[in-house]
Design a protein around this ligand. Structure first.
Ligand SMILES: *Cc1c(COP(=O)(O)O)cnc(C)c1O
Length: 457
């Protein structure tokens, strides 16, 4: 008799096409039905459970089914389900915009404009599309329609829709679709993993800024914006850089008069140790994209914050044709906004960042022994993101060929042992929900270490 769980798997594989998956893999790779989720754990129908070490694709910030979010959602369902946000508004959208503006990273220069305006969309990629279009359209409304290009960083990731994919530099996702995409100018990443012998992370940042300056000197007249994932390039392999890059980047964007778009979709809301990663560089962008953790992993929602200056470029008589007519059906959905408000209230009222610092220190201690492993080139961490870079040769940092799928072996082992570790290529990483306990961290690292042993052996 097949179990109920096996039955669900068979039904799934007959009709569902899964994201970011070669479906053929599931001829041997388990497809696990989840019945229930709570805190840091996912529970199957058959009594098994898995520690969600990747926060369900980095969304589930505080842990699954946080009581304050669940309560807010139930309450909201008795009020308004949805109303289009054109011509109508509601308390959740207003309150959330007020709160986002209140907590947004502040510019240091006193003449710089703060982020005071919120445009909603409904997922991360859509937020990127909005930011790219807003920047282009801003210049066009200022009579600078020849500014049509963006600067993106090597190794960056901004989503899968065509605009977002255009400014993404992860070949696995981009290469196939390249003929359909915009052609950004790629500037070198400040990625500290790529530093030369003897170079510090800060040196590496300065070198990347120097290269960016050359691009801006040559091409600023045709550029709209530079887009960056502040502090950690996540999907590109949890590659981390020095905060001085952000400070220098802001200064260059000001000097050459191009927008700065900060994509904090993955790193926002305390993940890097500050509420927003931009704070560590002491900067505010012109456009800030937020999603993923915004609703604590309950509902899709995104927001683009921008300045009074950007807003003003669109504000005119209708006949001027300057309006930003972009829309998504579920823009500013009230239920999603309530989930976000509940998430932000937890971040405001509980000592989340302090607790995360203690958890990060614990994680460092547990991961430290891995640094000496003959197939580990680097163990790195920023806030509550830690990554272990597996290589074939420690001395030369020669990578394992991607065809060997070493990371997949770690993933398989994790599933057998009860932890969701979903490596990015040869990078095993940890991005747990903030509710994780030190004991759960011990378990997570123990399973990862075993998985790494098997994967590289
Ligand atoms: C996930 C991600 C996106 C895309 O968000 P989706 O909701 O998956 O479309 C964009 N940028 C970054 C940095 C991300 O991590």
């Amino acid at each position: 008799m097949p179990s109920y769980s096996a039955d669900l798997t068979a039904r799934d594989l007959a009709v569902v096409w899964h994201p970011c998956t070669q479906m053929h893999d599931h001829e041997t790779l388990p497809m696990l039905p989840i019945a229930r989720a709570e805190g840091a754990w996912l529970y199957g129908h058959d009594g098994r459970r898995w520690l969600d070490a990747v926060s369900s694709w980095w969304t589930c910030l505080l842990g699954h089914r946080h009581p304050r979010i669940v309560e807010a959602l139930k309450d909201q369902l008795d009020r308004i389900d949805h109303v289009m946000l054109a011509g109508f508004t509601h308390e959740p959208a207003i309150e959330l915009a007020e709160e986002l503006v209140r907590i947004a990273p502040r510019p240091q220069a006193h003449d710089a404009s703060p982020l005071t305006r919120v445009f909603y969309a409904d997922n991360g990629s859509s937020a990127i599309e909005v930011a790219l279009k807003l920047s282009f359209h801003y210049w066009r409304n200022h009579g600078r329609g020849e500014r049509t290009r963006f600067v993106a960083l090597t190794g960056g990731y901004h989503g899968e829709t065509l605009g977002a994919l255009s400014v993404t530099d992860v070949a696995l996702y981009r290469a196939t679709y390249a003929p359909l995409l915009l052609e950004p100018v790629f500037a070198p990443s400040p990625d500290a993993y790529e530093r030369a012998p003897g170079e510090s992370a800060a040196d590496c940042a300065q070198r990347a800024l120097h290269a960016l300056r050359e691009i801006l000197q040559r091409q600023a007249h045709e550029l709209c914006a530079v887009i960056v994932e502040p502090l950690v390039q996540c999907a590109g392999g949890m590659r981390m850089h020095d905060a001085s890059y952000l400070t220098g980047l802001r200064a260059l964007c000001d000097e050459f008069d191009v927008h700065l778009i900060a994509d904090e979709i993955a790193v926002g809301f305390g993940r890097t140790g500050t509420l927003f990663a931009c704070e560590q560089g002491g900067i505010a962008p012109d456009l800030l994209c937020l999603s993923k953790g915004l609703t604590g992993g309950t509902l899709p929602l995104s927001a683009v914050l921008t300045t009074a200056d950007v807003y003003a470029a669109f504000y005119a008589e209708y006949a001027s044709g300057k309006a930003f007519l972009h829309s998504h059906s579920y823009t500013g959905n009230p239920i999603a906004c309530r989930a976000a408000l509940a998430t932000l209230s937890v971040l405001r009222e509980e000592p989340v960042l302090e607790r995360n610092r203690a958890l990060a220190a614990h994680l460092d201690a547990r991961l430290a022994p891995l640094a000496g492993h003959p197939h580990v080139a680097e163990v790195r961490r920023t806030g509550l993101i830690a990554a272990v870079e597996l290589v074939r040769d420690k001395a030369t940092r020669e990578a394992f060929p991607s065809s060997e799928r070493r990371g997949l072996r770690v993933y398989r082992h994790g599933l057998e042992r009860g932890a969701v570790l979903r490596p990015l290529g040869n990078v095993v990483y940890f991005m747990p929900p903030y509710c994780i306990t030190p004991e759960e961290i011990d378990f997570m690292v123990e399973v990862a270490v075993e998985g790494i042993e098997r994967a590289v052996g």
